[in-house]
Design a binder for this molecule. Sequence first.
Ligand SMILES: Nc1ncnc2c1ncn2[C@@H]1O[C@H](COP(=O)(O)OP(=O)(O)OP(=O)(O)O)[C@@H](O)[C@H]1O
Ligand SMILES: [Mg+2]
Length: 270
Amino acid sequence: MIEILNISKTFNPGTINEVPALRNINCIVDDASFVVLLGTNGSGKSTLLGAVAGNFYPDKGSIILDGVDVTRLPEHKRAKYIGRVFQNPFSGTAPDMSIAENLSLAAKRGLNRNLGRALPKKLIEDFRARVKPLNMGLEDRLDSPIGRLSGGQRQALTLLMASWRKPNLLLLDEHTAALDPKTATKVIQLTEEIVGKSGLTTMMVTHSMQQAVKMGDRILLLHKGRIVYDFKGQEKKRLKSNDLLALFDEIRKKEQIDPAAAEMFSNFYI
Ligand SMILES: Nc1ncnc2c1ncn2[C@@H]1O[C@H](COP(=O)(O)OP(=O)(O)OP(=O)(O)O)[C@@H](O)[C@H]1O
Ligand SMILES: [Mg+2]
């Protein structure tokens, strides 16, 4: 369970570049819940994931992960509890290292013992078994540098690595946005399989309304650093892409009519 309590973050405070990116975000994500984060560009989705992952400390509020207050825990110390996949397929893996070496990093994440560079045969067998279901033929290429793989292959491996040791929380930030539609569909299927099988608590950012309605059990819609809609249970199940598009339209119209009023109004959403 992740408890995000009254989190605020303003970038460049007191300057002309001041951006209140998160404003009093409150949200408790239950164990094994899969939350989809939606919102227009700049609404604070990535910043929220960044706050949870520890990229920066929030100005105020607390973040409690499975009962442990991690608000001031440095990012690298949080990493063993949190798996993360970004939009860019090149950001989650070391390109000059082989698939097996990258996987060994994931396998020993959070463990104290050093597996060393020579990989035990048993581990290689384990890698093969875990990579095979991706159906990308990567089990026969464990010695290839990861830099030679396509974006989709890399992203599938990054996802596998991020979820390898069943993290307390999985954060996905538009992890299929840079992939062609067919590959994106495959990585989405893989996401559903991995999250479903391990019951991982997950927060996923997307701009895809289809993904939002099809995946997960909850939708948070962010706007200007606030959660303006929170759909769960039956309400989430009933939502259609068109309902979500209508909400985006509604937000846009409010802004066009009177941006200042919309700003004030946004204080009263939920
Ligand atoms: N490190 C930073 N320094 C200054 N401003 C930042 C920083 N990170 C984010 N911001 C600003 O905070 C606001 C929220 O950005 P964020 O990246 O969270 O949006 P987002 O919802 O993820 O958007 P997108 O859909 O485009 O990815 C934006 O106005 C952005 O410019
Ligand atoms: Mg973003």
